[in-house]
Design a protein around this ligand. Structure first.
Ligand code: NAD
Length: 509
């Protein structure tokens, strides 16, 4: 592989659309050093000033909708409607949310100490920026995962250096140019382009890493960051289950399933990747899903289509291998089940697989592609057991007309978020924390946790009375030790009689 440049190809046509120089380790160090200087001034700005820049950024993103549409469809192969419906819709809302709420999320908090003697002190917890945040991103949402991820870090007063995926760097590069036009200071938000080595160089010099990507790379990033003991947040893969109970609205469930599994050709961390359906409604549900999937139009973004190409050839091969393995083990493709032979790019046909079981990779490993494996289960308990039988725990969805039952199941599902009677929407609530459990990662994006992770939380304890000396200070005497013991008994021992005894001891001196 040529490691001097990154060649960006359209996954829909396979044509070369750009070639960018790779940022070497020295370039990354220089970017972080420039970021540090810019951050020095930026951290002194108020939330109001930062919010103003964000609102200008939002307007510019909307002004540049056509250009962004061109770039995003070219480098991802997705239909244009998804660029607006997914990336820009989300980003514009997220910008509004961070612009309004960051000041509350990061307001110094007054803490009321539990220990009675500490009540004489004032205790405050504050949030200060960490410095330069390194963001390492995947290719599935090239603007959301770069510019979108940077916004809370910038609002918290940090500088950001983003390493976008080598497959889709153009949106991030365009995003950084827009950020400067919006009024972010030069070098506050920078992009370094390259492969894994560029990401490693960023881990070697940033003050924190926010990583989104695969479990395997996430592990490597954590190992490397451990050498420097810098904080890392990890948003990794998922194998999100959908549970359809026999009392579900099957039309809604089927529609949500097809959209939730096929949007962005299934290349979403929170895509529906396996479906467990209670036996009495299995046939009707699969009929409905099959009909909807057969009606999906697939093709290049300039046509009127529902889904485009996949973005990565490597992922397409992985998806094809999983489907082939499942079929070899007895699964049946109700529709699809192969690479689309009529289109030149990375198109995998939208696929519904039946007769699947948990011995198949397609039910156990992440499938970053347009595949819906559906399994019949005898009851909700079996559905829950199979759903939790996974090394991942990102998101999931439950369909039932019994809200209370669905909520109880949602609480038992081992995942960072759950939709009830819906799919995919957990990601688009920038006001609520979203993260993974098990191998889906740790740390949160969104909500208070999603901005506080970019801050150093600091506790400041302030003396109120200015006494010349405090009781525990030197000199240490045996009398003081006895008094301290009485005091401890008075404050902490249970039972009034014991407390009274301690009080008497203390009064005696
Ligand atoms: P990936 O792990 O292959 O790459 C992610 C990024 O890491 C890329 O920019 C890559 O260049 C970089 N990288 C590679 N090796 C590195 C190293 N040694 N050190 C530092 N950086 C390195 O993932 P991908 O294929 O780009 O993305 C798909 C994955 O992302 C899927 O597993 C998907 O579920 C996950 N994802 C998760 C979320 C979430 O919120 N949990 C969101 C989107 C995508």
């Amino acid at each position: 592989m040529n490691t001097q440049t990154v060649i960006v190809r359209s996954p829909a046509t396979l044509e070369k659309i750009a070639e960018l120089p790779v940022s070497q380790a020295a370039d990354v160090r220089a970017a972080v050093a420039r970021g540090r200087e810019a951050q020095n001034l930026w951290q002194r700005t108020s939330f109001t000033e930062r919010a103003k820049v964000l609102y200008r950024l939002r307007d510019l993103l909307l002004d540049e909708g056509d250009k962004l549409g061109d770039i995003l469809t070219a480098e991802t192969g997705r239909p244009r409607a998804e660029v607006f419906g997914a990336e820009l819709f989300y980003l514009c809302d997220a910008i509004g949310s961070w612009a309004k709420k960051s000041v509350d999320y990061l307001r110094p908090e007054k803490i009321r100490p539990h220990f009675p003697l500490m009540k004489f002190k004032k205790v405050v917890s504050t949030y200060s920026p960490r410095g330069v945040i390194g963001i390492i991103s995947p290719w599935n949402f090239p603007l959301t995962m770069t510019l979108g991820e940077a916004i809370p870090a910038l609002m918290a007063g940090n500088a950001v250096v983003v390493k976008p995926s080598e497959l889709t760097p153009l949106s991030a590069v365009f995003g950084s140019a827009i950020a400067v036009r919006a009024g972010f200071p030069e070098n506050l938000f920078q992009v370094v382009v390259g492969y894994g080595e560029t990401g490693e160089a960023l881990v070697d010099c940033a003050d924190m890493i926010a990583f989104t990507g695969s479990v395997e790379t996430g592990r490597r990033v954590v190992r490397r960051a451990a050498e420097r003991l810098i904080p890392v947040s990890l948003e990794l893969g998922g194998k999100d289950p959908m549970i359809v109970l026999k009392d579900a609205d099957l039309d809604r469930a089927a529609g949500a399933c097809v959209w939730g599994a096929l949007m962005n050709s299934g290349q979403i961390c929170t895509s529906i990747e396996r479906v467990y359906v209670e036996a009495p409604v299995y046939q009707e549900f699969t009929d409905k899903v099959g009909a909807k999937v057969r009606a999906i139009r697939q093709g290049p973004s300039e046509n009127e289509v529902d889904i485009g190409s996949m973005t990565s050839e490597e992922q397409l091969k992985k998806v094809a291998a999983q489907v082939d393995q499942a079929v070899a083990k007895g699964a049946r493709a109700l529709t699809g089940g192969r690479r689309n032979p009529n289109l030149p790019g990375f198109y995998y046909e939208p696929t519904v697989l039946l007769d699947v079981n948990q011995s198949m990779e397609v039910m156990m490993e992440e499938t970053f592609g347009p595949v819906i494996p559906i399994m019949k289960v005898s009851d909700a308990e079996e559905a829950l057991r199979l759903a939790n039988d996974s090394r991942y725990g990102l998101s999931g969805s439950i369909f039932s007309r019994n809200g209370a039952h669905a909520f109880r199941l949602a609480e038992k599902l081992q995942s960072g978020s759950v939709c009830i009677n819906d799919s995919l929407v957990t990601f688009i609530v920038p006001d609520a924390p979203m993260g993974g459990t098990k191998e889906s990662g740790f740390g949160y994006r969104h909500g208070a946790e999603g901005i506080r992770k970019f801050c150093q939380q600091k506790t400041i304890v302030i003396d109120r009375f200015g006494l010349k000396e405090e009781f525990p200070w030197y000199p240490t005497t045996s009398k003081k030790a006895a008094q301290l013991r009485h005091l401890l008994n008075l404050l902490c021992r249970s039972g009034w009689r014991n407390k009274f005894r301690a009080f008497k001891g203390l009064a005696k001196g």
